[in-house]
Design a protein around this ligand. Structure first.
Ligand code: 6R9
Length: 568
């Protein structure tokens, strides 16, 4: 089934991408260079392209950022952003930060996050955003791996930074701590706003982002300045951003979506960006859309389901006339969410697909194309996607296999920090980048997501690694073995279910359950606390001792366990 989703006030002639087939046949990434003012062989800086470029083009007075949080509204023009990011960058330079060094950012979504990130990137240093949901032990792993010289954080979050255990840390800059020698505001105020941008090679790293896999600790995904071409072009084509738009991306800046589409794409396209720092609240969120006259909204299926579950009595109080486009990412978009969206906003939701490692959007539904509800859409012009078998051969339409992308696109990760082997694994069947997703392509070239090949969990649309929870569980004195799976959940996508084997001498009780949950909450992260813990006598393992999570999942869901010939 194909439908044309209602488009609010816009009409087809006004889409930035009017003819998908033509663009797909003719587009080359070099074509995006002209719009960004990039010249062949000349150095660049993505932060300059996001902010200073607009000021130089006479658009300095346009609103760059509206920060709307419980403490009030703050608004910044592109000129103010230019000055503040220069000030922050000059302050970092004064503190001795040089090209290639790392600066970690443990901050909530806020103007200070945006300014710190862009200021860091202006100096040529590599920004390392950390998810503020993580606790000390987990943060220690990320910090020891990335070895930042400085950490930028808030006073409450600072308590989680194990400064003494990370020898690379020379200093901590604290937001909202007036009087402190490392006070963020004072540092910025005492600095000058002269041009601070260091000119970089396109292949120089600018961002290091930690994300979970199903084995090992979270890995540091490296992104480079060249990615700007794709953040810009996908913002233009998929989000359909125009300079008159007010745009809100609901993702946390510790998740790739909060950076690529919370900062790069909107600002490379010169739009007004809304940032909100606060918990999910349906009334508040609808109010944000209405009050700020948001026109383009990028969110997740999880948030949409949460809004849907709060019912129409709340949404009916608000007016969404300004809104013209809604998109989602992170997990499959349920057709029921689309129907609810149509009745609530008079707009359907455009599903889009990409990964931390791809850096930017790869497959999407476009305004100019019919949408097939349940499909992720078609590849972005400039991207070649295919369904392949284990030998890397392309499969015909309607056959399920691994989703693969022909390697080499501007926003592609350029490394896994200090782990070449892990990086090479993604590219082990040339010419492909292997996504780890199962999917099929239909006869019209639309892609349909079917699941993951590995055991990665999607909790509220963000990635969770079973291994990191299992490793922490077995650190608890009562737990000898642990296996963690995602269990389908109508609102959250998946919830975390843990199977544990108890150490001899322990018996199961409510107190022990609580104690284990508290252990995960304080040592790892509150959002990684298992929703369900089940004790069992042993866990299914292969003869070589590898945990078989798919067997746990089959047990849990009452499904056939499939081939267990390798099971011990
Ligand atoms: C941006 C982001 C990537 C994984 C990816 C896939 C899943 C993302 C999806 C989707 C179904 C979609 N995923 N978008 N699954 N439909 N539209 O999500 O990055 O956190 O790295 O996760 O998320 O499994 O491989 P990341």
């Amino acid at each position: 089934m194909k439908t044309n989703l209602p488009q609010g006030n816009s009409n087809q002639n006004k889409y930035n991408l009017a003819d998908y087939d033509q663009a797909y046949a003719t587009f080359r990434w070099e074509m995006a260079e002209k719009d960004l003012g990039w010249e062949k062989g000349s150095p660049v800086n993505i932060a300059h392209s996001c902010i200073d470029r607009h000021v130089l083009e006479g658009k300095g007075d346009r609103v760059a950022l509206i920060s709307d949080d419980p403490a009030g509204i703050r608004t910044y023009s592109f000129r103010e952003m230019q000055q503040l990011t220069n000030r922050f960058a000059n302050a970092l330079k004064r503190l001795g930060i040089r090209k290639g060094e790392r600066v970690a950012l443990l901050l909530p979504a806020s103007p200070e996050f945006h300014i710190s990130l862009l200021g860091t990137v202006k100096t040529g240093a590599i920004a390392v955003p950390l998810h503020s949901k993580y606790m000390s032990d987990a943060l220690k792993d990320f910090l020891r791996d990335s070895e930042p010289s400085l950490v930028v954080t808030t006073a409450p979050l600072r308590q989680r930074i194990p400064e003494k255990e990370v020898p690379s840390i020379r200093g901590v800059i604290v937001v909202g701590k007036a009087g402190d020698e490392n006070d963020w505001d004072r540092l910025v105020a005492d600095s000058d706003d002269s041009q601070a941008t260091e000119w970089m090679d396109r292949e120089d790293p600018m961002l290091l982002l930690y994300t979970s896999g199903s084995t090992g600790n979270p890995k540091g995904v490296v992104h480079v300045h060249e990615g700007a071409l794709q953040y810009f072009q996908t913002g233009r084509w998929v989000l359909d951003l125009k300079e008159t738009d007010v745009y809100w991306c609901t993702a946390d800046p510790g998740w790739v979506t909060g950076i690529s589409y919370g900062i790069w794409a909107p600002w490379l396209n010169g739009v007004t960006n809304v940032v909100y720092n606060g918990p999910f609240d349906a009334e508040k969120w609808y109010g944000l859309l209405e009050k700020n006259r948001v026109t383009v909204w990028y969110t997740t299926p999880s948030y949409l389901r949460m809004l849907m579950s709060r019912g129409g009595n709340i949404s009916r109080k608000f007016n969404f006339k300004a809104l013209r486009k809604i998109l989602s990412v992170g997990e499959p978009l349920n057709p029921i969410v689309n129907r609810w969206s149509l009745s609530t906003f008079n707009l359907g939701v455009y599903d889009s697909w990409w990964m931390t490692e791809t850096g930017a959007l790869m497959i999407a539904n476009f305004s100019c194309l019919p949408v097939k509800p349940g499909s992720m859409g078609k590849p972005i012009p400039g991207i070649y996607a295919a369904i392949i078998n284990d030998q890397g051969e392309e499969l015909p339409p309607l056959e399920m296999g691994q989703l693969a992308i022909r390697a080499g696109w501007p926003a592609m990760m350029r490394g896994i920090w200090r782990d070449k082997e892990k990086y090479d694994e993604y590219f082990r069947i040339p010419p492909w980048y292997l996504t780890g997703d199962l999917a099929y392509r239909d006869k019209d070239g639309y892609f349909w997501f079917q699941g993951r090949i590995d055991d990665v969990i999607k909790f509220q649309s963000e990635r969770v690694g079973p291994f990191e929870i299992e490793s922490k569980l077995v650190e608890h004195p009562a737990v000898t073995e642990a296996g963690v799976i995602g269990k389908p959940h109508p609102l959250k996508g998946e919830i975390i279910k843990a199977f544990i084997v108890l150490e001899s001498g322990y018996s199961w009780s409510d107190e022990l359950n609580k104690d284990i949950c508290e252990f995960i909450k304080t040592r790892l992260a509150p959002h990684l606390v298992p929703d369900e813990v089940q004790v069992c006598p042993g866990l299914p393992r292969t003869k070589s001792g590898k945990l078989m999570r798919r067997v746990l999942k089959s047990w849990e869901l009452g499904l056939p366990v499939g081939d267990i010939s390798t099971m011990d």
